[in-house]
Design a protein around this ligand. Structure first.
Ligand code: G
Ligand code: G
Ligand code: MN
Ligand code: NA
Length: 254
């Protein structure tokens, strides 16, 4: 309860911040984008990870203003990186099921893009597979509204939803983010890559670009390339980091 009232003040007190985890083109190693990941610098408890406060934000409705701030901040930063020379840089922002249910999401996305001067094609919204499987009428309508803005829609944690894949054909999806649990199965004698191969094959069959999540070992890079996956993120490349650190690692778009 204490944390909840603190969270109400966190935005006004400027206590939220974003870290950015690079998204890398596997064939070249070049950073072509990043996923924005929110953190809360609590005055007493220190840095609080999203797993601990996003659920509170959702149950209190604070996710709407917090999500609005995340979109604004991430789009503004992406526009700066593009202006500095990484002209094809793309930013991925997580959007929870609660945000998709909110009628304010579409206007918030539109305003964040306009305020930053960022083209919609440079923004990818990550929507978890479980969101796709709930409240499908509202979800379907919302995703079409977002799609109409020109943003990329990506399925986060792809492969973990297991109950139905039919949403892939009904929803206007542009990209799949392969869940870490499947990437773990690549490289190393103890692992069986059969499931990973099957998951990547689904993306291939639907002609959807794929981003592998949670790449931790060099052998996984080879395995993903062999399967036809072109983009990845994970500790093997870089951990989530402050904007200033990512600035130092970016190269101009060739
Ligand atoms: O690094 P990590 O602990 O940052 O992130 C944990 C999870 O928190 C991510 O899987 C993501 O789903 C969620 N998350 C991170 N940032 C955001 C955000 O800005 N909005 C929402 N809704 N979820 C986020
Ligand atoms: O659910 P979402 O995909 O948005 O989760 C991103 C989360 O995964 C963040 O908490 C991030 O810190 C974490 N993460 C990113 N790369 C790796 C990795 O290589 N290994 C592990 N264990 N976690 C990772
Ligand atoms: Mn994500
Ligand atoms: Na994920």
């Amino acid at each position: 309860v204490a944390l909840e009232s603190d969270l109400r003040e966190a935005l006004a007190r400027d206590e939220l911040l974003l870290h950015y985890q690079p998204i890398v083109e596997l064939a070249t190693g070049r950073i072509v984008g990043a996923e924005a990941l929110v953190r809360w610098r609590h005055p007493v408890r220190g840095l609080i990870p999203p797993m601990e406060f996003i659920p509170i934000a959702e149950s209190t409705g604070l996710i709407v203003p917090i999500g609005r701030w995340v979109l604004r901040e991430a789009c503004a930063q992406a526009a700066r990186w593009r202006a500095a020379g990484t002209t094809d840089f793309r930013i991925a922002v997580n959007v929870s099921a609660w945000q998709v249910q909110s009628s304010e999401l579409v206007a918030d996305v539109r305003e964040a893009l306009a305020h930053a001067g960022l083209p919609a094609s440079a923004l990818s919204l990550e929507i978890t597979e479980s969101t796709m499987l709930t409240d499908t009428e509202v979800t379907l309508g919302r995703l079409h509204e977002l799609k109409a803005l020109g943003v990329t829609l990506g399925v986060d944690d792809f492969g973990t939803g297991y109950s139905s894949l039919s949403y892939l054909q009904r929803f206007p999806i542009d990209q799949l983010k392969i869940d870490k649990s499947f990437v773990d199965g690549l490289g190393g004698a103890a692992h069986d890559p059969a499931l990973t191969r099957a998951i990547v094959a689904i993306g291939g069959a639907l002609r959807l670009p794929m981003v592998a999540e949670g790449v931790e070992r060099p052998e996984q890079v080879e395995g993903l390339l062999a399967l036809g996956c072109e983009l990845a993120q994970g500790f093997h490349f870089a951990r989530p980091m402050p904007a200033s650190e990512l600035s130092a690692r970016l190269a101009p778009t060739p």
